[in-house]
Design a binder for this molecule. Structure first.
Ligand code: ADP
Ligand code: ZN
Length: 436
């Protein structure tokens, strides 16, 4: 059997002009279909004074209105469906990280397309039918589990549908059944590394070779930490429920940005404030148009994820455009005392200074002034330090954070294991100002 059936060079290494022609053709068909079948989007186009006749190619996509999470909530649950429900076979839902959950619909074609995208990701990470793939993303409405599960089947891996949680059992099955590929959130991967060490295992004791980690932002420093603690190569994977789920973009062994499956998802980068399309290489908000999904084909969907795009040649041979690691969503960005702060910047500093990814940011407002506290777990060997040594460490971290962020945070070193671990997406921020 073909060991790499989901390396699809006819698509993944397609010459630029051919890809552009394919995208163009799919886009024009998709727009017509959406206009004819989705009254919600048709009226958005009418409001902007555009009809499909005004759109001759992808160049004209800028004339079209955006869709946002607010539209999805407005149109909840069926308002953006482009196929009769009788042709749909699946519903998934967002995690609700930033508010009310939204639902997405899939025909069988859409499920296949999505699973193929995940299969490409697993293949790029070296997966074949010889592999044992342990999926510990949550199963259920969340897309992580079902997406990687389907991709793993397509590749032909022996699939371990663990779902999230029960770390002891995860470790037992990982070791007993010789898992070679691990799929979960990066924060859970870090926790598994910690739990394995605690159970007395060294990184070389497991058979894992690769991990496919996504669903939340993570830094290069965290990657190094996970690679070391699990003895694997850690690959990033990106996606969102609104466009299908994980697998919209995936990393190749170069680990220099994620290749977007642009034969299915057409990306744009816009200025989040003005909506203007930005040139290649500029940082801005990622927008996707689903080119050939049937049931829930969003056009110009604003992801709120901030990143850059690059067409620079990749030495893996894929010509698919690459996106940088999203540094968080535009709405993850904190404004503290007027300064823009991304949690990922904080994580970078903490990990550079030798701490783990176990931290909690707490922002509040007292007497009209923002307070900014960061609880950071000490490593076990630091815990026995003298009070003086701990105070010195706090000061050193405070200084490094000020250099990175431009404002001062109150750093509190807290005992090892005192910050709650997550089995899915980590919660690293409590913004009490929003709770007021
Ligand atoms: P929710 O928006 O409720 O979290 P989803 O479960 O659909 O719902 O999550 C999709 C979001 O997760 C993306 O928009 C992005 O912000 C984040 N995400 C997914 N994969 C990654 C990744 N590899 N790096 C950074 N963020 C990611
Ligand atoms: Zn590549």
């Amino acid at each position: 059997m073909n060991k790499q059936k989901y390396y699809q060079p006819e698509r993944e290494t397609m010459p630029r002009e051919e890809m552009a022609a394919l995208q163009n053709e799919l886009f024009l068909k998709q727009l017509r279909r959406v206009y004819d079948n989705v009254p919600y989007y048709r009226s958005k186009m009418e409001e902007k004074g555009v009809t499909p006749e005004d759109i001759h190619s992808l160049e004209d996509i800028r004339k079209l209105p955006f869709l946002s999470k607010a539209d999805l909530r407005d149109a909840y649950p069926y308002g953006l469906l482009a196929k009769p429900l009788s042709e749909c076979v699946r519903i998934q839902s967002t995690s609700g990280t930033t508010g009310k959950r939204v639902v997405a619909f899939y025909t069988q074609h859409d499920v296949d397309l999505w699973e193929e995208c995940c299969a490409r990701a697993i293949t790029a990470a070296g997966g074949t039918e010889e592999d044992v793939c342990q999926v510990c993303y949550g199963y259920g409405l969340f897309t992580g589990g079902p997406g990687l599960h389907g991709g793993s089947h397509k590749v032909g891996c022996l699939t371990l549908p663990m779902s999230s949680g029960n770390t002891e059992r995860q470790i037992q099955f990982m070791m007993d059944l010789g898992a070679t590929i691990l799929c979960c959130t990066p924060s859970y991967a870090a926790y598994l590394g910690e739990a394995l060490a605690e159970a007395g295992y060294k990184p070389e004791d497991n058979r894992l070779k690769a991990g496919i980690f996504g669903a939340e932002p993570w830094t290069e420093e965290m990657r190094r930490d996970i690679q070391r603690s699990l003895g694997i190569k850690a690959y990033d994977i990106y996606g969102l429920t609104e466009t299908s789920g994980p697998g919209v973009a995936f990393e190749c062994p170069e680990q220099k940005g994620m290749h977007i499956n642009e034969d299915h998802f057409y990306p744009e980068i816009i200025d989040p404030d003005t909506g203007e399309v930005l040139p290649e290489g500029a940082q801005g908000e990622l927008v996707f148009t689903a080119l050939d999904k049937e049931a829930f084909p969003l056009i110009r969907y604003r992801t709120r994820d901030i990143c850059t795009l690059s067409r620079e040649k990749c030495s893996c041979g894929r010509t698919l455009i690459r996106m940088s690691k999203p540094r968080g969503r535009s709405d993850d960005m904190l404004i503290i005392r007027g300064v823009n702060v991304f949690p990922s910047q904080i994580e970078t500093v903490l990990m550079e200074q030798g701490y783990s990814s176990n931290y909690l940011i707490i922002v509040d407002r007292v007497n009209n002034t923002d307070t900014f506290d960061i609880n950071v777990e000490m490593l076990p060997d630091q815990f026995s330090d003298t009070v003086r040594a701990i105070t010195d460490r706090e000061q050193k971290l405070t200084d490094a954070l000020r250099t990175m962020l431009g404002i001062t945070a109150k750093v509190h070193l807290v005992p090892p294991k005192s910050i709650q671990r997550s089995e899915g997406k980590a919660v690293r921020l409590i913004d009490k100002r929003k709770l007021l």
